[in-house]
Design a protein around this ligand. Structure first.
Ligand SMILES: *[C@@H]1O[C@H](CO)[C@@H](O)[C@H](O)[C@H]1NC(C)=O
Ligand SMILES: [Zn+2]
Length: 999
């Protein structure tokens, strides 16, 4: 396939704009009446909308189906319509039936959203059916909206994975349908709360507007009164408006049809019975009820256009039912216009509706915060899923890191990565698995257990495919085809090779664009080792006994008695190799001391412990000489079982509802032991048979590591438990704390407060919980304590100076939001309940420079180095070190995407990872020279794309909107210094397609 590289050098090419204009012109000329000249007419997008009546209330009926990419059934079961005993749903039949029905009446419209399903269906169609569908798309009768592989969750997803899943879906649509396949509207009708970063990304993906269904009930009531259910979302504090401005519409009835108008086979509303000769003629009644609903709805929206979502979960399997009744509804309601009715009903799509709002030329309320947390009633806060299924949430995050490494090595190793000495590998399988895992019932933790297992299995299978690719690529880069193994269970000290080998090498691949120092812990059975780096220099290493907590989690999966600990360095986008040899008759390993020392410290931090309790007592930054009191402990909230005087809502997979605002302390004191070596100092704390922690300080780390192990949560007392850790500090917060949005920009959170409406707080804990995707912090004028997490979690700051993070949940009741299972995770290895282990990284800084620590730190957790192992000696002439970059990039720049796009081109996303004003040094624009970036690639040409890589940047035009207060922002265009030198401003992500030749 070939790309349009005409714009390599001359990026502001006017001939292209002309060409676009010409295309629109042609489109206009070719718009014959719909059923003639079917083959040639191309009138998709805004041109294909039905006309409306300016002097009437126009009701846009949007036929749609909401197809979850796994929830009660797996994605494949949903596609085929398998296991209809669980839920009647079959996406293949939906698409069959809808296409059939669209052909019956050219006025009919349908929107389709989830490309993972559409892709499955498309592959199985004959070429004549594909031609028919292309025609429907070209005429705007079948329109794609959103268009990602799935409709992502917004609370537990990381921006890197969201951008990837959107890119995957939108690329398929572009390649299959061209311009007419490009969605204009983002559509998140079901996610349970809405992240500001999602809106920012959608704006940068070129969407003209965004619609969703779920919004807090108090927020909705307020917006209905103020007619602010449609608004302009300014989704970034750093990007220059309108770059991250997104018009946002809240749908009137979630995503369901108005009451009484559901005509699917899954519904039981009366059909339109319009034969006067038969009994039960009901046209007058239906029309009357419809007009009533339409008029009420129009009162809470601003224009003389309203939208109705005619469909719901897995509807349209027998589309005839819906369309037959909708045809009649439109006919009979509009027939009344002859008698003076001022209501006009039409088949429509979200983009056609949006176009009318845009043409209304009004001003819209401006919103700068987000839509978390979401409550659908006073005691029903959907803040439990921020933490639900913490093991899946971590596995998804690691899988993203693995996918990025797989992508990078596919490029760096060249074609031999896909087919080489270790066989045939690919990145596509993991890419698709990751895209599926972004679904709003996947990483969110709200799918049934068997579906959750399916998500995990897909990720594992994807990683298998990537491992082959990674081995091939590293073989090509290192010149050694020695076998490589991977150890995915190092966090529980399991790695068969290092457990038994006397001599092995470790390859450390670093996916970041700067060199990192990283601690490595390997399970071993010797007592002493030597470690040498790629240059042959000895590396300080220590051996320490495997903790009992680790032995408890690993069970019979490994047999190492010790861990070998050392710090490694790897060059940017490259690897370094370390050799490890066991020594005989050398000093025994470091031994554990009973009790906690009074302090541990490295050159950056000092941590003290309370000798009486064994808990943390203070944290000091030795460079800045700042110090805070810090205690930390573990607690659990008793999950409501639904028997409560205020409401019968239980805590469940979605909803967090503690029975009491005071959590139970697990233990006031911790039993402790410690190990102090030159590489790492750690204090192991034991709180209960199901809660332990290691407080760890590596020699070269600016962060204190808290490695927690929680589970199996005991339920023999018949009480559901929601376990938190809480940090209580001397920092003087005034009911304010901060959380990130999808791992990127940070939002301020205030207790019992929402920025756009007067909150009546009804759940003092759950109503103050927010998603933490990668970090949260508390601060005052002097001190900022930042916690970087290794997965998405929920958390809050309930008391001043305090920050709590929910780690694990085990619940005995379903929360009646559909999943119909209690969140009570067990597995073969843990039949008595899942054990989960994770890390929190703490740093203490002065607020003005805190980002200089937490931005790179969080990126190191998200893009973590990959270790691979080779037994014995490496063949001579093995290249022990490699960097894909000519030089490390400045600290502000992150290589977000580096992946093979097709045979001759590579997709590159460069990101400025600081917010404006967040850092004196790093919140400045940075310029990068694309030609001087890579060490093994010659860049022949470059074209810039939108964020989702489905539109050339210079062709990107979005609707402009005017906020209520203030001017309409003018689109600023910045000039790059030259075609090769690109400038990144704070929080900017720029997407390039590079045409490359391997050196
Ligand atoms: C969209 O797909 C077409 C092929 O259908 C391709 O020529 C074009 O380059 C693609 N556009 C982008 C922005 O990738
Ligand atoms: Zn859904």
């Amino acid at each position: 396939m070939s790309y349009d590289f005409r714009s390599f050098i001359n990026m502001a090419a006017t001939p292209q704009q002309l060409a676009v204009a010409l295309l629109f012109l042609l489109a206009g000329v070719l718009s014959f009446p719909l059923n003639q000249e079917k083959k040639r007419s191309v009138t998709c997008g805004y041109q294909s909308c039905h006309t409306t009546k300016p002097d009437m209330l126009n009701v846009h009926l949007v036929p749609h189906t909401h197809d979850d990419v796994g929830w009660l059934k797996t994605v494949d079961q949903y596609y085929y319509g398998d296991r209809n005993d669980i839920q009647h749903a079959g996406v293949q039949y939906i698409l069959d039936s809808v296409v059939d029905q669209l052909l019956k009446n050219p006025d009919r419209r349908f929107i389709y959203v989830e490309t993972s399903f559409f892709y499955r269906w498309w592959k199985n169609q004959s070429s004549s059916m594909q031609q028919t569908v292309r025609q429907l798309v070209n005429e705007g009768r079948l329109e794609f909206v959103n268009g990602g592989w799935c409709m992502s969750d917004e609370a537990a997803t990381h921006y890197s994975a969201v951008i990837d899943q959107m890119t995957l879906g939108l690329r398929f649509l572009n390649e299959t349908f061209g311009l007419c396949g490009r969605p204009r509207v983002a559509w998140h009708i079901d996610p349970f709360g809405h992240a500001r970063e999602h809106a920012s990304m959608f704006a940068q993906m070129g969407f003209d507007g965004f619609f969703f269904g779920r919004v807090d009930y108090q927020d909705r009531a307020h917006r209905m009164r103020e007619k602010e259910q449609e608004l302009l979302w300014r989704a970034s504090d750093s990007l220059t408006p309108p770059m991250a401005d997104l018009f946002t519409g809240i749908l009137p009835n979630g995503y369901n049809p108005p009451e009484g108008f559901c005509w699917d086979q899954l519904c039981s509303d009366p059909p339109i019975r319009d034969d006067p000769d038969l009994e039960d003629y009901n046209v007058d009644d239906v029309v009357h009820r419809f007009l009533h609903i339409a008029k009420n709805q129009a009162e809470v929206y601003k224009t003389n256009h309203i939208i109705m979502t005619m469909g719901s979960d897995f509807q349209y399997e027998n589309a005839n039912l819906w369309y037959k009744n909708l045809d009649k509804l439109i006919h009979y309601v509009n027939a009344l216009q002859a008698n003076g009715s001022k209501v006009n009903v039409l088949y429509s799509t979200p983009s056609c509706y949006l176009q009318e709002l845009h043409q209304a030329n009004l001003t819209w309320a401006l919103k700068r915060d987000d839509f978390f947390p979401y409550a659908d009633s006073a005691h029903d806060f959907w803040t439990g899923y921020f933490t639900s299924r913490p093991a899946l949430k971590r596995y998804e995050r690691i899988s993203n890191s693995n996918l990025q490494i797989c992508n990078q090595l596919e490029v760096l190793g060249g074609p031999v990565s896909r087919k080489g000495p270790f066989g045939v590998g690919d990145s596509q399988t993991l890419r698709k698995a990751m895209a599926v895992a972004q679904h709003h019932d996947a990483v969110s933790g709200t799918a049934k257990q068997h579906v959750t297992n399916d998500y995990a299995k897909r990720l594992a299978n994807g990683w298998q495919h990537c491992q082959v690719l990674v081995s091939n690529s590293l073989a090509s880069l290192s010149g050694s085809t020695a076998e490589r193994t991977y150890c995915d269970n190092l966090n529980i000290s399991v790695c068969p090779l290092t457990e038994s080998s006397k001599k092995f090498s470790v390859n450390v691949y670093n996916p970041l664009a700067r060199a990192v120092t990283w601690p490595v812990r390997l399970p071993v059975n010797g007592t002493a080792y030597t470690v040498t780096d790629a240059k042959g220099n000895a590396v300080d290493c220590q051996v320490a006994p495997v903790s009992t907590a680790t032995q408890d989690v690993r069970r019979n999966r490994g047999f190492a008695v010790n861990e070998l600990v050392f710090q490694v360095q790897a060059p940017p986008l490259g690897y370094s190799t370390y050799s490890v040899s066991m020594l005989q008759d050398r000093p025994p390993p470091a031994t554990t001391q009973h009790g906690a020392p009074t302090l541990i410290q490295n050159k950056f931090l000092r941590v003290t412990f309370d000798p009486d309790t064994g808990l943390l007592s203070s944290l000091t930054n030795l460079e800045t000489k700042q110090s805070i009191k810090l205690t930390q402990n573990f607690y659990w909230y008793n999950a409501s079982d639904g028997h409560n005087s205020k409401s019968n809502q239980p805590s469940g997979a979605y909803i967090f509802r503690p029975n009491s605002s005071t959590p139970f302390i697990i233990s006031k004191t911790a039993k402790t032991e410690s190990i102090q070596t030159s590489v790492v100092q750690e204090v192991r704390q034991w709180f209960a048979p199901w809660v332990s922690q290691v407080v760890r300080l590596y020699a070269d780390s600016r962060a204190l590591e808290l490695e927690w192990t929680v589970g199996p949560l005991p339920i023999d007392d018949s009480l559901g438990k929601e376990v938190i850790t809480r940090l209580d500090t001397s920092i003087k917060t005034a009911e304010i704390f901060y959380t990130d949005s999808n791992g990127r920009e940070v939002l301020q959170r205030r207790k019992d407060f929402r920025p756009t409406w007067q909150l009546k707080q009804s759940e003092p804990i759950a109503g103050n919980y927010y998603p933490i995707n990668s970090r949260a912090f508390i601060k005052d004028d002097m001190d900022q304590l930042t916690v970087v997490t290794d997965r998405s979690q929920g958390g809050g700051s309930i008391q001043n100076g305090s920050l709590e993070i929910m780690l694990h949940r085990r619940l005995l009741y379903d929360d009646v939001r559909g999943v119909a299972e209690p969140l009570n995770e067990t597995s073969n290895i843990f039949p008595e309940g899942l054990v989960v282990r994770g890390r929190l990284l703490l740093s203490l800084d002065h607020p003005p420079s805190a980002a200089d620590t937490h931005r790179p730190l969080a990126q190191e957790v998200v893009f973590q180095p990959l270790l691979s192992f080779t037994d014995g000696d490496l063949p001579p002439n093995t290249q022990l070190e490699f960097s894909g970059l000519q030089a490390a990039l400045p600290p502000a720049v992150h290589i977000l995407t580096f992946s093979q796009w097709d045979e001759e081109s590579v997709l590159l996303r460069l990101e400025h990872q600081f917010q404006s004003g967040e850092s004196k040094i790093n919140s400045q624009p940075v310029t990068v020279n694309l030609q001087k970036l890579f060490s093994t690639l010659d860049i022949q040409g470059v074209s810039e794309l939108n964020l989702s890589a489905n539109q050339w940047k210079d062709k990107m035009r979005r609707f402009e909107w005017t906020p209520q207060k203030g001017e309409k922002p003018l689109l600023k265009t910045y000039e790059d210094p030259s075609a090769w030198e690109v400038t990144l401003r704070p929080m900017e992500i720029r997407t390039f397609l590079l045409r490359v030749i391997f050196r």
